[in-house]
Design a protein around this ligand. Structure first.
Ligand code: ADP
Length: 274
């Protein structure tokens, strides 16, 4: 009992009987702690770009006589502003995805459209870093889901695959249908031959704000929220994310979405079943 957080209330019922109410508050306490940690993390993450924006704006004012400096500081101001808006957008996305109603816009979605769009959104970054992006697998697969959210999930995985690989690396995106037990899934995988993830940290990378290498991630514009968002998008579709990784060899992230799960939940039982 020592690890539990227990609340006890004692009330006399009559001369001979006491009523003792014992409530296990462990779960509630954990939720409170998680919420407190999240708020502390958000404040910490926001402080850095806000501080940078303020400082750059002041420096810009002093640099008014030098057009080169003005351009340089204005450019950095844009980068920090962009970082700030990415962070705020991801925090809002995450809290919506974690709520009881993640507001998914569900339709029959062609997986190929999701992959093509996610690849296109990363094309410039891939070219900048001379990363070869390839797409393989079935192009006729459909899944019942939110096209934009699924695209964001695949986009985040490709973005990471590029970010955590050396220049000239290869990133492969593939789609296939798999059956696990009775259930049919659509599987989208993103593989890289990049830096990989240490074995003892693999399980932690889906936590909000967790980064294996804080400095590298921040320098590359990472917020530490990307994988947490991927995890919640998969979960909101009744699916999950899996990662295989080996330090120095690369990583493969796999999203599995059940093909029929959400359709049944949304449509309810058919007329014939009622
Ligand atoms: P970030 O914005 O820092 O990329 P993510 O939530 O997307 O945040 O990822 C969390 C951490 O997991 C990253 O900081 C990085 O250390 C690690 N990571 C994610 N994807 C990969 C990958 N493909 N290869 C190696 N490490 C990765």
């Amino acid at each position: 009992l020592t690890s539990l957080h227990v609340m006890a209330r004692v009330a006399p019922l009559d001369d001979r009987t006491m009523l003792v109410l014992v409530e296990d508050r462990t779960a509630a306490r954990r939720v409170d702690e998680t919420r407190r940690d999240f708020v502390a993390n958000v404040s910490h993450e926001l402080k850095t770009p806000i501080g940078a924006v303020t400082l750059l704006a002041e420096t810009l004012e002093d640099a008014a006589d030098s057009p080169d400096d003005v351009r340089r500081f204005a450019r950095r101001l844009q980068i920090e502003g962009g970082r700030l808006s990415d962070l705020v957008r991801q925090i809002i996305d995450l809290s919506r995805l974690q709520s009881d109603d993640p507001l998914l816009d569900l339709n029959e979605v062609l997986v190929d459209d999701v992959i093509t769009d996610a690849v296109d959104r990363n094309r410039v970054d891939a070219d900048d870093r001379h990363v070869t992006l390839t797409v393989a697998g079935r192009s006729d697969l459909e899944v019942f889901g939110d096209q934009e959210q699924l695209t964001i999930a695949v986009c985040n995985l490709i973005e990471n695959a590029i970010m955590y690989s050396e220049r000239g690396a290869r990133v492969a995106v593939a789609a296939r249908a798999v059956a696990v037990g009775e259930e049919d899934f659509v599987e989208i995988s993103v593989s890289d031959n990049g830096i990989g993830i240490p074995e003892d940290e693999v399980q932690r990378i889906f936590e909000r704000f967790y980064r294996v290498d804080y400095a590298r991630s921040r320098d590359n514009g990472g917020t530490g929220l990307g994988l947490s968002i991927v995890k919640h998008i998969a979960a909101a579709h009744g699916g999950y994310v899996h990662v295989w990784s080996k330090l120095g060899q690369g990583s493969t992230f796999t999203i599995r979405i059940p093909r029929h799960h959400e359709r049944e939940a949304v449509d309810g039982p058919s007329a014939a079943d009622q």
